[in-house]
Design a protein around this ligand. Structure first.
Ligand code: MN
Length: 297
């Protein structure tokens, strides 16, 4: 199943290339609720709610996807976990002397999450580059601490496309990756049963029509079972938690007017516009910085 969130927080199931069905009522979602934890609860109770959702799919009208604004599927997870330097070629282009296997993860703020229908808003930080990072997102389905590597599948709800946007620099990584709209996730969650084996998925990212990143999840340094195991060794994972699995080589700057497109085999394709914002200036980025990216073949 492909679970989308749209407009003012409604939940829909994608039924073909251009239509969804609104299952907000069947999923027990109150769009006026704050904080918006309905989708988090839906994931936790998905097995129980699935028959009601499937009935709604048969009974409710189809809506053109083009007529709605797609939002981020899980706006209020417990956390967004992200693994840095998790493809060797990205490690080489950044000249990083470490890999995720022995570095661990960082966290992105939930407030950085945005959806396919929302732009990436560049902060007013002249002298700095904002880069795209193309990543597969894992969405956790069950609460657990201490997950054994061989049991990882039991805890994964689904997958999505994710852009880990970042202001390049040498300052605190989380600070540089924390701006609002710096974590587009979508265009929806594709449940694990539809994706099958996620350990050999092609992933590509274009800026406008230029192919910038092309990789396969088989090249992950810390693999998907390892990422689930490592995160759960440290923290309790909750339904709706998102894991950004790392980016391959080809990261680079985006500017206002660009359109970023990410496609992951069997997961989905998401395009987001880049616009210039007027706020976000901070003393941290007063000193200009140009990253030294070593182009990989
Ligand atoms: Mn990243």
């Amino acid at each position: 199943m492909k679970l989308a969130r749209f407009d003012e927080g409604r939940v829909g199931v994608i039924v073909d290339d251009s239509h969804l069905v609104d299952v907000t009522a069947a999923a027990g979602i109150d769009v006026a609720q704050w904080p918006p934890v309905g989708p988090t609860a839906l994931i936790a109770r998905f097995d129980e709610l699935r028959p009601r959702i499937e009935r709604a799919l048969r009974e409710e009208p189809r809506i053109a996807i083009a007529s709605v604004k797609l939002r981020t599927p899980v706006p209020w997870p417990n956390k967004v976990i992200a693994y840095p330097v998790n493809y060797h070629d990205h490690g080489r282009e950044m000249q990083a002397g470490y890999r995720a296997t022995h570095q661990g993860f960082f966290l992105k703020p939930n407030s950085s999450l945005s959806g396919a229908g929302e732009p990436v808003v560049l902060p007013a930080v002249p002298g700095r580059e904002v880069h795209h990072e193309s990543e597969l997102a894992i969405v956790i389905g069950k609460q657990a601490r201490g997950i054994r590597r061989e049991d990882w599948r039991d805890y994964v709800f689904g997958y999505a496309c994710l852009l880990d946007m970042v202001v390049r620099g040498r300052e605190e990584r989380v600070f540089r990756k924390a701006y609002d709209s710096f974590c587009p996730v979508g265009p929806w969650i594709t449940t694990a049963d539809e994706v099958g084996d996620p350990t050999a998925l092609d992933m590509k990212l274009w800026v406008n029509e230029e192919l910038r990143q092309s990789a396969n999840t088989r090249d992950l340094v810390l693999d998907i079972p390892g990422m689930v195991e490592m995160a759960a060794a440290v923290m309790t994972l909750y339904p709706g938690d998102i894991i950004a699995t790392g980016t391959p080589a080809g990261v680079g700057p985006v500017k206002a007017g660009d359109r970023i497109r990410i496609r992951i085999e069997r997961v989905g394709e998401m395009s987001v516009d880049v616009v210039q914002g007027t706020n976000g200036a901070t003393a941290v980025f007063d000193t200009p910085y140009t990253p030294d990216i070593v182009k990989q073949k």
